[in-house]
Design a protein. Structure first.
Length: 84
């Protein structure tokens, strides 16, 4: 983890947040409010008490980011994409 990219595990999925790309739109929070929140700096972060909504919901929450600041990485190390 560095200052520009944070990684957090939620269940079997690793969430990567590219901090410089995040503009704080909050779309990820609308899809997975139990996972994402705004940090003190207004940038998306994974909640310390994040509940695992499943890989599909995490993939969707990352995919809706208009800045492509989020990635959901599956247990196989490959990016997850929502099925819809």
């Amino acid at each position: 983890m560095d200052g520009e990219r944070n990684e957090h595990r939620v269940g079997d999925v690793v969430i990567r947040i590219h901090r410089r790309a995040c503009m704080g739109h909050g779309d990820c929070m609308a899809v997975a409010p139990g996972v994402f929140a705004f940090g003190e700096d207004g940038i998306a972060t994974v909640r310390a008490d994040a509940a695992d909504p499943g890989a599909e919901r995490l993939a969707l929450a990352c995919a809706v980011c208009p800045e492509a600041a989020l990635e959901a990485i599956g247990p196989d190390g490959l990016p997850l994409r929502p099925s819809r």
